[in-house]
Design a binder for this molecule. Structure first.
Ligand SMILES: Nc1ncnc2c1ncn2[C@@H]1O[C@H](COP(=O)(O)OP(=O)(O)OP(=O)(O)O)[C@@H](O)[C@H]1O
Ligand SMILES: [Mg+2]
Length: 453
C-alpha cells in the first residue's frame, strides 16, 4: 500500500470493533470505528474515508439502508458488508445495492485480507484516475496538445515563440506525432488566429491537379477547369497555409511555389493578373528533411526558406510519461463520441501501453483506445480490450533485427514490409497497426518501386 488508507468499521459489538481495529492496524490501515448507524452516517459524511466494513444488523437500523450513505455519491467508496452466518438473502441484497463484497461471521481473516487488498487496489486506481482527470481539466498541455513531458514542454515554448512571429516553419516528426495539431496550435495563438487555416496535403492531391490547387485557375484554363477557383494562397489570405507532406510536392512545382511565396503575389492558371496575398507558411514532413533534399525530393532553396525554424516532434516512445494522460484524454473523447462510460485503464493495461513502442505514435494510441472504449463500453478497460499485437508485442510476429548503420528510411521500409506481411498484405490493416494513413503506405510502396495501389 502506497499510503495509509482509512477504513471505517461499523459494528455494535465492542469486542469485534477492538479485534478489527488491531488487525486492520497491523495491515497498515488507519481505522475509524462507529457503534451505530447514526455514528457511521456522521463519519461517512467526511470525505477522508477510503473504505468501509459494516455489519448488517445495527442497533438503530439496518446496514443495508445505510449503504448509499456509506458509499457516498461522487466517487463511490467500496463498502464490504458483514452478515450473520447463513443470511444469504441479506448478502445478495447488499451486493445488489452496491456493496463491493460481503463476508459472513465468524470472520475468516485470510478472506478479509484478500477482499480488502482488492478494494484497496480499486481505491488506488480511482485516485490515480482522479489525478489524471484533474490534470487534464486544469490543462495538461497547450491547446489541443496533451502531454507534460519535458520534450513536450520544450515544444510548447517553441510554439509560443513561433506564434509571436510571422516566420515560416518546418514541422518534422514521425507519422502520428501531431504535426498538424502543432500547426493548428501555432495558428490559433498567432495574430492570424481570426484568419483562415488552410491545410493542403501534397501527398493527397493527384499530381495533375496540384498546380491549380496551389495557384488556382481561371475558367477554361485547362480541360476540366469548368469554373474559376482560387488557389491555396488566396484561400489562406490573412491566415496560415499549412502545407503537409511538402516533400511530396512534385519537384518541378517547387520553384514556382517558392517564387510565389516570396513575391506575395499569385497568378491563377490561365489568369492575366496577379493577386496579392498575405500568408504565413507552415510546412510539415515525416521525412528527415536533409535526406529529402539529398534524395532530390525537396529542393534546397525551398528547404532553406522553410528552415528558418524547425520543430522536431518527439516520437511517443521517447515520452512515455505522457501515455497515461493521453490515454485518459482519449477515453474521455471516445466515451463522448460513442456514448460509452469507460472509466479508464487498469494499471496492468497501462503498464503494457507504456511498454509498447508505438510505431504509429499518438495516432496509433488514439486508435487503440477508441477500439478499447467501444469494446469495454463501461467499467475498466481490460487487457482483452487491447488488440493482440499490443497485448503481446513479443509474439506479434518475428522480431525485426535491423543491422546498425541502416538509415531511418531503410528501417522504415523494413518495418512497413514486415507489417504488411504479418497483415497478409492487407494495406488497410497494416496502416492501422502502424498508425499510418493507407495513402501514406501506398505512397511509400510506390517510392520503393513496389505496387502502391
Ligand atoms: N500531443 C497530442 N495530444 C493529443 N492528441 C494528439 C497529440 N499528438 C497527436 N494527436 C492526435 O493524433 C492524431 C495524429 O496527429 P496529426 O495528424 O497531427 O499527426 P501528424 O504528425 O500530422 O501525422 P502524419 O505525418 O501521419 O500526417 C490526431 O488525431 C491528433 O489529434
Ligand atoms: Mg499530418
Amino acid at each position: 500500500m502506497k499510503r495509509h488508507y482509512t477504513i471505517l468499521v461499523v459494528d455494535d459489538e465492542p469486542s469485534m470493533r477492538e479485534v478489527l481495529r488491531l488487525r486492520l492496524g497491523q495491515w497498515g490501515f488507519e481505522v475509524a470505528v462507529a457503534a451505530s448507524a447514526s455514528e457511521a452516517e456522521a463519519l461517512a459524511a467526511k470525505a477522508s474515508l477510503d473504505l468501509v466494513l459494516c455489519d448488517v444488523v445495527l442497533p438503530d437500523g439496518s446496514g443495508l439502508d445505510l449503504l448509499p450513505k456509506l458509499r457516498g455519491d461522487s466517487a463511490p467508496r467500496p463498502v464490504i458488508m458483514i452478515t450473520a452466518h447463513g443470511s444469504i438473502d441479506a448478502a445478495v441484497e447488499a451486493v445488489k445495492r452496491g456493496a463491493r463484497d460481503f463476508l459472513t461471521k465468524p470472520l475468516d481473516y485470510t478472506k478479509l485480507k484478500a477482499v480488502l487488498d482488492d478494494a484497496v487496489s480499486e481505491v488506488e486506481q480511482r485516485s490515480s484516475l482522479k489525478r489524471l482527470e484533474e490534470t487534464l481539466a486544469k490543462g495538461s498541455g497547450l491547446g489541443p496538445l496533451i502531454g507534460d513531458s519535458k520534450p513536450m514542454l520544450d515544444l510548447y515554448e517553441l510554439i509560443d515563440v513561433l506564434a509571436g512571429s510571422d516566420a515560416s516553419a518546418l514541422i518534422t516528426g514521425e507519422s502520428g506525432t501531431g504535426k498538424e495539431l502543432v500547426a493548428h496550435a501555432i495558428h490559433d495563438r498567432s495574430r492570424r488566429a481570426s484568419g483562415p487555416f488552410v491545410a493542403v496535403n501534397a501527398a493527397a492531391i493527384p499530381e495533375g491537379l496540384m498546380e491549380s490547387e496551389l495557384f488556382g485557375n481561371e475558367k477554361g484554363a485547362f480541360t476540366g477547369a469548368v469554373s474559376a477557383r482560387p488557389g491555396c494562397f488566396e484561400l489562406a489570405n490573412r491566415g496560415t497555409l499549412f502545407l503537409d507532406e511538402i516533400a511530396e510536392m512534385p519537384a518541378p512545382l517547387q520553384p514556382k511555389f517558392l517564387r510565389t511565396l516570396e513575391n506575395g503575389r499569385v497568378r491563377r492558371l490561365g489568369g492575366a493578373t496577379e493577386n496579392a496575398f498575405d500568408v504565413r507558411l507552415l510546412a510539415a514532413t515525416n521525412r528527415v528533411p536533409e535526406e529529402a533534399v539529398r534524395d532530390g525530393l525537396l529542393r534546397a532553396d525551398l528547404y532553406y526558406r522553410l528552415n528558418v525554424f524547425t520543430l522536431v516532434l518527439p516520437p511517443l516512445r521517447e515520452r512515455k510519461e505522457d501515455v497515461p494522460l493521453l490515454v485518459q484524454h482519449f477515453v474521455g473523447l471516445f466515451n463522448r463520441k460513442h456514448g460509452a462510460s469507460a472509466a479508464g485503464v487498469r494499471p496492468d493495461v497501462l503498464a503494457l501501453l507504456q511498454a509498447y513502442p508505438w510505431p504509429g505514435n499518438v495516432r496509433e494510441l488514439r486508435n487503440v483506445i477508441e477500439r478499447a472504449v467501444i469494446l469495454a463500453r463501461a467499467g475498466w478497460i481490460e487487457l482483452s480490450h487491447l488488440p493482440p499485437y499490443v497485448r503481446r508485442p513479443d509474439d506479434a510476429g518475428e522480431d525485426l533485427r535491423l543491422p546498425a548503420g541502416l538509415t531511418l528510411a531503410e528501417a522504415e521500409k523494413v518495418l512497413i514490409l514486415q507489417t504488411l506481411k504479418e497483415a497478409d498484405q492487407n494495406k488497410a490493416e497494416a496502416a492501422r497497426r502502424l498508425g499510418l494513413d493507407v495513402k501514406t503506405i501506398r505512397n511509400k510502396l510506390k517510392q520503393y518501386g513496389l505496387d502502391g495501389r
